[in-house]
Design a protein around this ligand. Structure first.
Ligand code: MN
Length: 247
C-alpha cells in the first residue's frame, strides 16, 4: 500500500534559492505543497514553475504586510484569478509594524473575498495575526459557505476564536512553531477533521535552516505525539482532510 502524501499547505516556494528544484523534490517525495505567493505580479512565474507538477499547486496572493503598497496590483489579481483555484497568502495583520495599514489591508482583503465568492470554488490560505475576529467577520460577510473554502494558516487566536472559525467551516494549517511549548495547547483544541500541516518555509526554520516541504513530517510526528495517534493514522487523517477540503 502506498502511503498518503505529506501535506505542506503553506510554503513560499518562490522565496527559496531554486524554486524549480524544490518543485521537483516535492514531486519526487510526494509532498502535496501549496506554493503561496505575496503579490499578484509573482503569479505568472509561480504558475509556470508548477503547471506541470504532480504535487505542487501555486496560489495567487497579496500578502497583508504588502497590501498597502501593492493595492494597485488588485487589477492583476482580478486578471489572474480565473487561472487559479488557490488563493494565498491573503488576510490581515495587526502586528505592531502593520497595524497602521489595517484599513487598507481590509479593503484589499474584502476585494479578494468578493472576487473569490463571485467565481466560486476557491481555496484560500489566510494570515490572521492579531485579527482573527476581524478576518472571520470578513469571511462571514463576503465569502459565504458554498462559495469558497478558508484555511487559517499559523493560527494564533484564542480557543473561542478557533471554535468560531471551525463553525464557519475553516481549516487550520499547523506548523512546527505552533507545536512548541505552551502554544501546543491551542493546537490540541482544533477539531481533528479540520487539521492540515504546513511549513511556512523559508520563514520557519528547522535548526538554522529554512523548513522545506518534506519537513512537515516532523510536524506530523509532533502532532501525533500530542494526540496519542500513530504516524500512519495521522497521515491518513490529514490526507483525508485535504481531500474533503478540495472536494
Ligand atoms: Mn507565509
Amino acid at each position: 500500500m502506498t502511503l498518503p502524501p505529506l501535506i505542506d499547505f503553506h510554503c513560499h516556494v518562490d522565496l527559496f534559492p531554486d524554486p524549480p528544484a524544490l518543485v521537483a523534490a516535492c514531486d519526487r517525495d510526494s509532498v502535496f505543497t501549496l506554493a503561496v505567493t505575496t503579490t499578484p505580479k509573482a503569479w505568472p512565474q509561480n504558475h509556470e514553475w508548477t503547471r506541470g507538477s504532480r504535487c505542487v499547486r501555486a496560489a495567487l496572493g497579496l500578502h497583508p504586510q504588502l497590501a498597502a503598497e501593492r493595492a494597485i496590483e488588485l487589477e492583476l489579481f482580478d486578471k489572474y484569478l480565473p487561472e487559479s483555484r488557490y488563493v494565498g497568502e491573503v488576510g490581515l495583520d495587526a502586528g505592531p509594524r502593520y497595524a497602521n495599514t489595517l484599513s487598507v489591508q481590509e479593503d484589499v482583503f474584502v476585494h479578494v473575498l468578493r472576487a473569490c465568492a463571485r467565481e466560486g470554488n476557491k481555496v484560500l490560505s489566510i494570515h490572521s495575526v492579531r485579527t482573527v475576529n476581524r478576518v472571520l467577520g470578513c469571511l462571514e460577510q463576503h465569502l459565504p459557505s458554498g462559495r469558497g473554502r478558508a484555511v487559517l494558516h499559523w493560527f494564533t487566536g484564542s480557543r473561542s476564536e478557533a471554535r468560531r472559525a471551525a463553525a464557519l467551516g475553516c481549516y487550520f494549517s499547523v506548523n512546527s512553531r505552533m507545536l512548541e511549548s505552551k502554544r501546543a495547547e491551542l493546537v490540541d483544541s482544533l477539531p481533528d477533521d479540520r487539521l492540515l500541516t504546513e511549513t511556512d518555509g523559508p520563514f520557519v526554520l528547522r535548526g538554522d535552516q529554512p523548513s522545506h516541504p518534506p519537513d512537515v513530517k516532523y510536524t506530523i510526528m509532533a502532532l501525533a505525539a500530542r494526540r496519542g495517534w500513530t504516524i500512519d493514522y495521522t497521515r491518513a487523517l490529514l490526507a483525508n482532510n485535504l481531500k474533503s477540503l478540495l472536494t
